[in-house]
Design a protein around this ligand. Structure first.
Ligand code: KDG
Ligand code: MG
Length: 455
């Protein structure tokens, strides 16, 4: 575990005071933009400054990067999540070495300005490492604003639009019957929507399965961590033959009511993707996820021309602009960016608004490899927008919840947050110290001829 913190050293303080004296920041209605805060404020709250940024890397079950931002108001702090699976230390370093020094002395209430400053101010835009770091800061700032206002973040976003967020979990297995049993277990637990993945005969490992699954939680923890990357085998032929048969089996055994989803995990080329979407049509999927690599947005036309299976895409996107072509051309039905990898709530609400204009719904990424603050952010956005679709979720193990308390709750198929001000999540720094970072990678994949394949 590493906790490195940035506070207002005398040098930083002088630098910030100097910048203000040179007239850098602009004044707006008694509030300074681009740095510190001045009084009086329009609504009479005292000025607030960021005094310290702590970057906490911990491994309670798996690696997480937590950003804790402290303010000049005693006891007022915000907690964000900046976890990027397999590249945690790159994000932690970006935060510690490059971003934290920029934050000291800024007004934490100027969330949009900070987001713009970090996104555009670096000149080098976007990218998963930078945007995960920005998301960590963004979440912590929304947490602070909610705590200061005495409101949960969803209230700041416009208030409730629904009683909870319809959730989906994962079911997988080494054959169709095992997957069917896993779906039934999920249904017994209250889930109305279940993602189904099956192992491919004759191939070592398949994304989303790890042989015989023991529980939904394990099924959810698809990104198995290992000291060095495991190599899985993939061939499109067996995959394309097996998946439609899986869904034929599930529909014949489970009926039409349960909503079924499937994740292709960017493995296919355009014509294979179109074939899969077309062949899955009779089984009425809720959605078919991530058919193509994120580079190949234009190829979604091919899929759309051949099929009415609802499509979801986006967990590898890093900004609003990655989403624009697919949304504005109505090539997908669900946008499923990771709020923790596109810059946080400030970016997500713009993606959601863009999607709303084009009849696209949200389905934010919600795997085990992002921390509870991002899962909480998912729900705050889900329950305050008009065009929410579905929310992927996981049950965190006890050890994770001890270190990172306050995850959203699940009941009768829906996720929810309570009225705790802010995001409702926290970090126990003492407990985090007990679980030091462990090097871990995502698996990789190859074809049978040895060539590289997307995992
Ligand atoms: O770190 C990679 C995982 O987040 C990803 O494999 C999970 O695709 C995923 C999903 O839909 O949950
Ligand atoms: Mg996915």
């Amino acid at each position: 575990m590493a906790t490195r913190s940035h506070g207002p050293g005398r040098r930083n303080f002088l630098k910030l005071t100097g910048a203000a004296a040179l007239g850098g920041p602009l004044m707006a209605g008694g509030t300074e933009l681009g740095g510190g805060a001045t009084s009086p404020r329009p609504r009479g709250l005292p000025p607030l400054k960021i005094t310290e940024v702590r970057v906490i890397v911990t491994c309670p079950g798996r690696n997480y990067v937590v950003v804790k931002i402290l303010t000049s108001e005693p006891g007022l702090y915000g907690v964000g999540d900046a976890t990027l699976n397999g590249r945690e230390l790159a994000v932690a370093t970006a935060l510690e070495k490059h971003i934290a020094p920029l934050l000291i002395g800024r007004d934490p209430e100027q969330i949009e300005d900070t987001y713009q400053y970090l996104f555009r101010g670096s000149y080098w835009r976007s990218g998963p490492v930078q945007m995960t770091a920005v998301a960590g800061v963004d979440l912590a700032l929304w947490d602070i604003k909610g705590k200061r206002a005495g409101m949960p973040v969803y209230q700041l976003l416009g208030g409730r639009t629904r009683i909870g967020a319809l959730a989906y979990t994962h079911a997988s297995g080494s054959d169709f019957t095992e997957v069917e049993d896993a779906v039934r277990r999920a249904q017994a637990r209250g889930f109305k929507c279940v993602r189904a993945q099956v192992a491919l005969p004759g191939l070592e490992g398949t994304y989303g399965t790890s042989g015989k699954q023991k529980s939904e939680e394990q099924a959810g923890r698809v990104a198995q961590q290992a000291d060095l990357p495991a190599t899985e085998l993939f061939e499109p032929g067996p995959y394309l033959r097996t998946v439609p048969r899986l869904f034929a089996h599930l529909r014949s055994k489970l009926g039409e009511e349960v909503e079924l989803l499937h994740d292709t995990h960017e493995k296919l080329g355009p014509i294979d993707a179109a074939r899969l979407a077309k062949e899955l049509e009779p089984y009425h999927l809720f959605f078919l996820e991530d058919l193509l690599r994120p580079e190949h947005k234009e190829s979604f036309h091919v899929i759309r021309q051949h099929s009415t299976t609802p499509l979801a895409m986006g967990e590898l996107f890093n900004s609003l602009w990655d989403c624009v072509p697919l949304i504005s051309e109505q090539l997908i039905d669900y946008i499923r960016c990771d709020i923790g990898h596109i810059g946080g709530i400030s970016a997500a609400r713009k993606v959601a608004a863009l999607a709303e204009a084009f009849h696209v719904k949200t389905a934010w990424h919600g795997p085990a490899d992002i921390g509870p603050p991002t899962h909480a952010a998912n729900i705050h956005v889900d329950i305050s927008i008009p065009n929410f679709g579905v929310q992927e979720m996981v049950f965190f193990p006890e050890v994770t919840q001890e270190v990172l308390p306050g995850s959203p709750t699940f009941k009768d198929g829906y996720m929810n947050v309570d009225d705790t001000p802010g995001l409702g999540t926290d970090v126990d720094e003492e407990k985090a110290k007990k679980y030091p970072y462990q090097r871990a990678y995502l698996p990789t994949a190859r074809r049978k001829d040895g060539s590289v394949q997307d995992w």
